[in-house]
Design a protein around this ligand. Structure first.
Ligand code: H2U
Length: 355
């Protein structure tokens, strides 16, 4: 019998983080008698008077949101990071007790005044405004001399702990480089120093040649299931040009990013005909004043759903104690995403109802 990566257990290497994932494709058929998530598909109003993100509404701290027409950003009223704190440091017990103060700030970014929409249901022009807002926040927050990293992210769906269905994301800006970007920076730097090119330029060139993990492509971006994906339907949107940060994207590339973001999330929603939950975010160059030619920005999506709209993957047991693990291969997941239509299932339903 010959070893076969589609059937036999193996490990795959993530060169961005220098970590391994255990792949167990033969397990994909196991029966499920565990927790089943509730599908929350209620019809939401365009404006909800009780939503703290809707235009014109009062937030918990008494502030009133403006009557915004596209996007809107505000400082998180319950921010995890604060700007005005004294600095402090502990390093005791032979380095066993280390701590350091961390300055920063957190913002909430509303993608649209429409309470009933999500990214896959917004039009590309509206999503382009979200891309522009990311650029504005990255530039403005990153320009503060003590801010060295800006993390842009979106938590979508109650399953991901998102507290409000209104389309929104967050931006956390801080003094230090957080763990995930720190790992990616070190590995991209080592690759760039050795090869004189960004790691992801070489990687996506090979992915585009092979095609088996590519799920969507336009002129400037490719969306793919990375070879080393951990989450069942994990994907990355990567610019074809080695761009270090969102603010280095051209106007055309910003449009293309908005198109890729929409296309990928429409396909996601179509897999189980449900608003597909995920945590997504942009990893890009720190805002420490350096050039960072090693950085190739990318947007990563970590969706938790596994085999249906109601069965979620849990990162527990072996994953917590030993190593990240997945059942279906990246190639199987990619084929599943790729084959989905670029027309959102809800618009198809609407068309049928109107017929
Ligand atoms: P989620 O992305 O997890 O849904 O978070 C929304 C954020 O909105 C959350 O961090 C903030 C919460 O602190 N928030 C406000 O800033 N003001 C409010 O009036 C309610 C919620």
């Amino acid at each position: 019998m010959e070893f076969n990566f589609e059937d036999h257990p193996h490990r795959r290497y993530n060169p961005l983080t220098n970590e391994w994932v255990q792949v167990s494709p033969h397990r994909a058929k196991r029966p499920w008698q565990g927790q089943v998530e509730k599908v929350d598909e209620e019809q939401r109003p365009e404006h909800d008077p009780n939503c703290y993100l809707c235009a014109g509404n009062t937030r918990i701290n008494g502030e009133v949101n403006p009557d915004y027409k596209d996007t809107f950003a505000f400082q998180n009223d319950f921010a995890a990071l604060l700007e005005e704190i004294p600095s402090g440091e502990v390093n005791e017990g032979n380095g066993l007790f280390k701590a350091k103060s961390e300055r920063g700030l957190c913002k909430v970014i509303c993608f649209s005044p429409r309470h009933d929409l999500t990214i896959p249901e917004m039009d590309v022009d509206g999503i382009r405004k979200v891309v522009d807002l990311w650029c504005k926040e990255y530039a403005e927050l990153g320009a503060r001399d003590y801010i060295n990293y800006v993390q842009i992210f979106e938590n979508k769906g109650a399953v991901m702990g998102c507290s409000n269905p209104h389309p929104h994301g967050q931006v956390w800006a801080q003094e230090s480089l957080p763990l995930e970007p720190e790992k990616k920076q070190a590995n991209q730097l080592a690759y760039f120093d050795k090869n004189g090119k960004t790691m992801l330029s070489d990687y996506i060139a090979d992915e585009l040649k092979q095609g088996t993990r590519v799920v969507y492509e336009n002129e400037h971006f490719v969306a793919l299931v990375p070879y080393w994906a951990v989450w069942p339907f994990e994907t990355m949107i990567v610019p074809k040009r080695a761009v270090a940060r969102v603010t280095d994207l051209t106007e055309e590339e910003r449009d293309a990013l908005a198109d890729a973001y929409k296309s990928l999330t429409v396909k996601y929603d179509n897999i189980f005909q449900v608003s597909f939950p995920y945590s997504a975010g942009i990893h890009q160059a720190p805002t420490d004043g350096e050039d960072h030619p090693e950085w190739h920005m990318h947007m990563t999506f970590y969706p938790p759903l596994l085999r249906s709209a109601t069965v979620k993957k849990f990162m527990v047991g072996y994953e917590m104690l030993a190593n990240a693990q997945r059942d279906i291969t990246a190639e199987t997941a990619a084929a599943r995403i790729r084959e989905q239509s670029l027309t959102h299932y809800k618009s198809t339903v609407l068309e049928e109802e109107n017929r």
